[in-house]
Design a protein around this ligand. Structure first.
Ligand code: F6R
Length: 233
C-alpha cells in the first residue's frame, strides 16, 4: 500500500485530482466511483477542470434500495449533482435502487463490471471499516449484492436526511471481490472518526470483520489520509 499523508482534506483532494489527471492523460477507460462526503472536493476539482470524460465509463459502488435517481438522497442524484451534470461520461452506471428484481440486477451489474474492467476504483471508508456498503462480516468473495445496513452506518448516513426514520436500511453494493478486480484502487480517508478504521486497514490483521483490510491483498492501492485520520498509524 502506498500511503500519502496530507495536512487536510483540501490537500487530499488536490493529490487525488493529480492522480485522476494523470490517469486521464494515460487514456484511462473505466473509473469506479464512490459517493459520501469524502470525494466531494475531488469531484468539484474534476468538474472545474478541463479534463474530458466523454470517452470514460464510470461504475459507482452502491445505491440505496427504494430510492430512484430523482430522489435527492439517492446516489444517482448525488453523482449527477457533483460530477455528471458538469462532466458527461461516455456511460455512467449506478446500481438501480428500484429494480423489480434486485438479485437479477446484481448479476447484471457484475456483468457490466466484467465487460468494463475498472482501471481505477475510488473508495471512502466507513467508521467500521466498510468499503462500498460491504459491512463487517461480508465475505471477501462477495460480488454485487443486497445489503442490510448496520446501525453504525445508518447513524452515519442520518446527517444527509431530515429524519433518521427516512434513512434507508438496505442498499445494493458492489461486492468486495468486485472491488478487488480493479487494476488500481485509491482510498481517501479524512477526519479523526476514520482513524481506527484506517489503522485496522493498514496495520491490522486481514479479516472480514474489517472489510477494508482486504486491500492489503491488492497490489496497487494508494491511500490518501489527512493528519487526523492518520493519528493511530
Ligand atoms: C459511498 C460508499 C461508502 C462511503 C463511506 C464513507 O459510495 O461506498 O463506503 O465511502 O461510508 O462515507 P463518507 O465519505 O461520507 O465519510
Amino acid at each position: 500500500m502506498k500511503i500519502i499523508k496530507v495536512k487536510n482534506p483540501a490537500e487530499g483532494a488536490q493529490k487525488a485530482f493529480d492522480i485522476y489527471q494523470d490517469a486521464l492523460n494515460h487514456g484511462v477507460k473505466v473509473l469506479g466511483l464512490a459517493t459520501g462526503a469524502t470525494p466531494i472536493a475531488l469531484y468539484e476539482k474534476l468538474s472545474d477542470s478541463t479534463l474530458d470524460f466523454s470517452n470514460v465509463t464510470s461504475i459507482n459502488l452502491d445505491e440505496y434500495l427504494g430510492l430512484d435517481g430523482n430522489n435527492e438522497q439517492s446516489y444517482r442524484y448525488f453523482m449527477n449533482q457533483h460530477l455528471f451534470n458538469k462532466k458527461p461520461f461516455k456511460k455512467s452506471y449506478v446500481p438501480n435502487g428500484i429494480s423489480e428484481n434486485h438479485e437479477a440486477m446484481a448479476v447484471q451489474y457484475d456483468q457490466i463490471i466484467s465487460e468494463n474492467p475498472i482501471d481505477l476504483q475510488l473508495l471512502g471508508i466507513g467508521r467500521n471499516g466498510h468499503i462500498g456498503f460491504n459491512e463487517p462480516g461480508t465475505p471477501f468473495t462477495s460480488t454485487t449484492h443486497v445489503v442490510n445496513l448496520t446501525q453504525s452506518t445508518i447513524d452515519a448516513n442520518a446527517r444527509f436526511f431530515e429524519n433518521e426514520s427516512d434513512v434507508p436500511t438496505q442498499a445494493i453494493s458492489m461486492g468486495i471481490a468486485s472491488v478487488m478486480t480493479a487494476k488500481n484502487i485509491l482510498l481517501l480517508a479524512y477526519g479523526a472518526d476514520k482513524a481506527d478504521a484506517v489503522a485496522a486497514t493498514v496495520n491490522g490483521p486481514i479479516t472480514e470483520q474489517v472489510p477494508a483490510s482486504v486491500l492489503q491483498n491488492h497490489k496497487n492501492v494508494t491511500i490518501i489520509i489527512d493528519e487526523a485520520a492518520a493519528m493511530k498509524l
